[in-house]
Unconditional design. Sequence first.
Length: 160
Amino acid sequence: MQDQVLACLRMEIQEQGALLGLFAEQQKSIIQRESDRVMMLVDAIQQQIELVHRVRSRREMVTASLVPRSRLSRTTRLSDLVTRFPAPMQPMLRALTDELLRIADHVRRKANQNQMLLARSIEVIRDLLEELTPSNPARTYENDGRVKISLKGTAAAYKS
């Protein structure tokens, strides 16, 4: 069972790393204004996110199967379970757990950066379209302060 936990952690780190790579590639494509590539990466990222969720669920299932034996609750964090493993395994488990948390945090930050870059790109395009079609309505904002994106009324800019 302990080997399964190690294998699950390694696989989750690998898949999170792959997701991080896709987000980095997407960011590069956003900056280089490769819209086709950005859209292709959206699909790849979504598929990778689904894979990460499946791998995480598998790890949680394997970890949960250890819970009854260790007399801990099902809500116990993985890092707290480390002490229930044999002492020789604990450093490796701690390192894998720390790496998983570090990569997951990096993935969240990169995803947020990409979202902000895409929103800013759309805002810049909207500004350009407003200059081309001054009849566009004024900007409105979402509750969280982001610009509400609406391309209504911009179809004329695309007609040839």
